[in-house]
Design a protein around this ligand. Structure first.
Ligand code: BGC
Length: 390
């Protein structure tokens, strides 16, 4: 049976600068990867050498059938020191935008995907209000340079994860572990979204602007309903409320979280299928969160990331099939979902997990950098081309 998608539905894949470019030594993540006290498994190193190989990579995505590519700017390359902007770096990203266009692929740009320049992290990073202003300035300079060929812009990628992992759980830089830091960074990041949204909207181009949020199918363990609502309020709701009235909301989801009475997620229940991230295999999270993102913001929704870290490519096909069936049910109920971006195009640097969890549609040989399209890559490309799931 074939499941059709509406005309104009956007099919893409996504990546982030630090996870694929290589050699991003001037940001807080590189420092974190080399900090013996961090939980990082290995440094990012040369990553997928996408900084140099992007022309071939974008051409390959186009050849496979994808109509859009979501990638991010590396702030530390563009603004290596406070107020010093690199024309070379800006030109590099402009060339990436043009390469997408030349290949018939819509360039979808993320201005911040987890990494912050070292000079700014050293001044207090997302705990400092001025970081929001610095980010808006970076967006203003970048949008002016990149011009009007960007199809869609995402301000911050999953700022809720930056606040949670970086300031409460200690897994991302700067390794903070207190509620005060979590609350403070959340407020600064929310302000950063609003300021950068205005800065990008004021620049050249008329493509939609929005933010992407990490979401999950939150469920409560017995007796933990109120605790779960409280946890979800600070992890999702306040961020969604901050995005009301935007051009779109980017929903990103991977699993479900069973919240216990302590407010923390319980490990996956015994016997459930898990992924290389240790998450429960739960493609149904896509439908649940798309509905929730739409209802809470009133904005059109793009699934700006969804995928699975697995060594078994058949699991990827099964996961995406179920996720897309959920998207179709949302559409049937009138939810305004406009696109789906698979995370990720390439097997890449999975933050603290290093190169272990493979999310890619395309495998990357870590010694030679050779790309090999997985069966799921051909399969998804066909879906994109045909605008239907068979
Ligand atoms: C992030 C990606 C990450 C993916 C898989 C999202 O939270 O935006 O950078 O690789 O999840 O864990």
């Amino acid at each position: 049976m074939a499941i059709e998608f509406p005309e104009g539905f956007v099919w893409g894949t996504a990546a982030a600068a630090h996870q694929v470019e290589g050699g991003n030594w001037n940001n807080d993540w590189w420092a974190w990867e080399h900090n013996p006290d961090s939980p990082c498994k290995e440094p990012s190193g040369d990553a997928c050498d996408h900084f140099w190989r992007y022309p071939q990579d974008i051409a390959l995505l186009s050849e496979l059938g994808f109509g859009a590519y979501r990638f991010s700017l590396e702030w530390s390359r563009i603004e290596p020191e406070d107020g010093e902007f690199s024309r070379n770096a800006l030109d590099h990203y402009k060339r990436m935008v043009h390469t997408c266009r030349d290949n018939g692929v819509l360039p979808v740009l993320t201005y911040h995907h987890f990494t912050t320049p070292r000079w700014l992290a050293d001044r207090g990073g997302w705990l400092e209000d001025e970081t929001a202003d610095r980010f808006a300035r970076f967006c203003e300079v970048s949008v002016a340079h990149l011009g009007d060929e960007v199809a869609m812009s995402c301000t911050l990628n999953e700022p809720n994860v930056v606040a949670l992992m970086g300031y409460l759980l200690g897994e991302f830089p700067p390794g903070g572990k207190d509620f005060e830091g979590f609350n403070r960074s959340s407020a600064v990041l929310q302000r950063a979204h609003r300021l950068s949204y205005d800065a990008i909207k004021a620049g050249p181009g008329s493509g939609p602007v929005g933010m992407t949020l990490s979401m999950a199918d939150f469920q409560a363990a017995e007796g933990a309903e109120e605790t779960m609502n409280g946890a979800r309020a600070v992890i999702e709701d306040v961020w969604l409320e901050n995005c009301r009235g935007d051009d779109f909301i980017g929903a990103q989801m991977y699993t479900r979280l069973l919240i216990g009475t302590s407010g923390m997620p319980l490990p996956p229940q015994p016997g459930v299928e898990t992924t290389l991230m240790g998450y429960e295999f739960w493609p149904h999270s896509c439908e649940v969160t798309v509905r929730r993102a739409a209802a809470m913001t009133g904005c059109p929704v793009y699934v700006t990331e969804n995928g699975i870290g697995t060594a078994d490519d058949a699991d990827r096909v099964r996961y995406v099939t179920e996720a897309l069936e959920g998207v179709r049910r949302c559409l049937d109920d009138g939810v305004d979902v406009r696109g789906y971006f698979y995370w990720s195009c390439l097997d890449n640097f999975e933050w603290a997990y290093g190169y272990g969890p493979t999310f890619g549609l395309i495998a990357v040989d870590r010694d030679t950098q050779a790309r090999t399209v997985k069966p799921s890559g051909h399969w998804m490309g066909e879906i994109a081309r045909a605008n239907r799931l068979v």
